[in-house]
Design a binder for this molecule. Structure first.
Ligand SMILES: [Zn+2]
Length: 83
């Protein structure tokens, strides 16, 4: 394994441990979610201010808004209508 891949694996593991041990005491408001730099697809996320873990993901299509809520071991989904 190259040195670069070793560093990337180490960094991913450190972030995973930070997110697993974080108490998630603060969260952002709705942030635009960019799937690539400069490419916003109209969806939003809420993340922990300390560890960056995503709590909620919101996308909209037509008159319906879908929100995914991330808990420790499960993801729930709710729908609502736009006015
Ligand atoms: Zn956190």
């Amino acid at each position: 394994m190259s040195e670069l891949l070793k560093l990337q694996d180490k960094h991913r593991q450190e972030i995973k441990e930070l997110q697993e041990n974080c108490k998630h005491e603060g969260e952002t408001g709705w942030l635009q979610y960019f799937w690539a730099p400069g490419h916003w697809n109209g969806s939003y996320v809420k993340q922990c201010l300390k560890c960056g873990k995503t709590f909620e993901y919101k996308s909209s299509s037509g008159n319906e808004v879908s929100t995914f809520i991330f808990n420790d071991d499960e993801v729930s989904l709710k729908f609502s209508r736009k006015d």
